[in-house]
Design a protein around this ligand. Structure first.
Ligand code: SF4
Length: 331
């Protein structure tokens, strides 16, 4: 399958008063045309910063470097801010966690939905309104004529998120980045929004990058998953490899902290003990070492190399070394 996005060796740091936060450290990945991938990890793992770096949406105290960031045949590292901005909305749509902070409270749904259509697609007012109505129907918003006249605060959380999705797909982008799109919603609405995104991916062949801290959220909709920790990719694989044959202790921890259908009601979820590393002073070796029960002396000294297990499955952990102890996943 053709690669739509290919990122090679991306590094992002932030210069702040007390030092440099090393948020993303040498990340490489790709997304195929029409593919849906998940990037999962705790807060501060670098998952959102990775995608904001790709989009060129970080403040000017961020330093971004990459061997290459190719999107749809173009090298983004060679593009200026103006050209990158022109791609937002038109070729890459974004859906954020809290639509209340992304939607402008001062403007109606109609004006926020028709703006990208008029700017990027050069539609006139009547055409943009007609397309806006079609988009609201596409994201299954009832009574779209009335909704167009409303302001964001007049809509429920679920409807606001549907409006955000409508804006993100308005110009038929090739890729949509959804950053924790369901975190602020209750579980029923969350399931509806995930269903909707899945449906849109199949009907429009748009690639989707789903950023989340919750592996359970992406189980049903992502074909491949990147597990990020400490600004690096700890493990990557197909959804089947990550859920049924995970090899990294951090992935084990994430899986043990989500409920399974087979769990009895009194089964306790096991949280990952400890806190994520301080990226102002990340550990010298494996970033997960301070929290890892299998940590060996080598882990504290050396960053684990990436071990390729299959065409799709790779793990960065010293346990993959042939001479390392054989550890079975618990839980
Ligand atoms: Fe644990 Fe060592 Fe593997 Fe890191 S490299 S996850 S510390 S075993």
């Amino acid at each position: 399958m053709d690669k739509l996005l290919e990122v090679k060796n991306l590094t992002t740091s932030f210069r702040i008063g007390v030092g440099t936060v090393q948020a993303v450290r040498g990340v490489s990945f790709h997304v195929d045309q029409g593919e849906s991938i998940g990037i999962v990890g705790e807060s501060g793992s670098g998952k959102s910063v990775t995608m904001l770096s790709v989009m060129g949406l970080l403040p000017n105290y961020a330093d971004i470097s990459a061997e290459s960031i190719r999107f749809d045949g173009r090298e983004l590292t060679q593009m200026g801010p103006k050209a990158l901005r022109a791609m937002h909305g038109r070729e890459i749509g974004m859906i954020f966690q809290d639509p209340m902070t992304s939607l402008n409270p001062l403007f109606t749904v109609e004006s926020q939905l028709t703006e990208p259509l008029r700017n990027h697609m050069k539609l006139n007012r009547a055409e943009a309104r007609a397309k806006a109505l079609e988009l609201l129907r596409q994201v299954e918003i009832p009574n779209p004529e009335a909704r167009l006249r409303q302001y964001p605060h007049e809509l429920s959380g679920g409807l606001r998120q549907r409006v955000m999705i409508a804006i993100a797909i308005a110009c038929s982008p090739k890729m949509v980045i959804a950053d924790e799109p369901t975190t602020a919603l209750d579980v029923t609405i969350q399931a509806q929004i995930l269903d909707l995104l899945n449906h849109l991916r199949h009907s429009t062949k748009t690639s989707i990058i789903m950023i989340t801290h919750d592996l359970g959220v992406i189980a049903s909709m992502c074909s491949r998953i990147l597990v990020m920790y400490g600004g690096t990719i700890a493990e990557e694989g197909t959804a089947r490899e990550i859920f049924y044959a995970p090899r990294h202790p951090y992935t084990w921890g994430l899986l043990n902290s989500i409920p399974k259908l087979t769990d009895s009601p009194d089964e306790k979820l096991i949280p990952i003990k400890g806190t994520p590393p301080d990226m102002l002073m990340p550990p010298k070796g494996c970033p997960f070492a301070p929290r890892c029960r299998y940590c060996m002396p080598v882990c504290r000294e050396y960053m684990p190399p990436r071990t390729v297990l299959t065409d799709t499955h790779a793990v960065s952990c010293h346990l993959m070394h042939p001479k390392a102890p054989k550890i079975e996943r618990e839980g």
